[in-house]
Design a protein around this ligand. Sequence first.
Ligand code: HEM
Length: 233
Amino acid sequence: GDNVHPYALPWAHSGPFSSFDIASVRRGYEVYKQVCAACHSMKFLHYRHFVDTIMTEEEAKAEAADALINDVDDKGAAIQRPGILTDKLPNPYPNKKAAAAANNGAAPPDLSLMALARHGGDDYVFSLLTGYLEAPAGVKVRIGVDDGKAYNPYFPGGIISMPQQLFDEGIEYKDGTPATMSQQAKDVSAFMHWAAEPFHDTRKKWALKIAALIPFVAVVLIYGKRNIWSFTK
Ligand code: HEM
């Protein structure tokens, strides 16, 4: 089917000098951990990335300790242990084959860079997560063939192997924000963008500093030039 264009949403971080809404990014991590992490990895993200960005060191250590990490003991036997800051966030599946087998043949893609990978970026992720609909007349989600698939006009082709994930009050936020479907979609999109672009805020802060200096540098250069070339009068 024809694709529907995503909404154009007023993200806190979308201006040239604007930073992430850290409270939203933190809530987005709660959504990722409680909902998405059952199927999706974020393989470029380590717990240490949370320290002094979206969490205190203590909070990040507690998050890591809360996760079960696959490892080997001294004798090479497979074990699971609580995580530490240098660990990656755990992958829900041992490999792509197992991931595909558990999801009707479509492996859930890694979400580390997903906010930047798809056309439409954050707007696409938000629209996709909130865009599940009854298949319209003429579009068949075929029983038996498309089991586990759903209709979503934002997904290329319209039929996606990820069922609807977000529901009003599907989770509870630690900060008490009402966890509507759209609130969760907004927060997890912000979290995914934050994860994909860790130096986003630093980059924009420097852009602002340099932009603020340009008029002064320009004045010095213009008067300097006039002075240097004044002998030609
Ligand atoms: C695909 C996000 C939860 C299974 C995707 C895609 C995104 C995404 C952005 C890529 C769509 C594309 O290719 O354009 C999320 C988020 C989640 C979440 C933010 C949590 C809120 C889940 C869960 C499952 C799952 C819990 C498993 C039950 C899949 C599968 C695909 C997919 C199988 C591949 C779909 C296809 O290619 O047809 N997800 N997901 N997702 N997701 Fe999720």
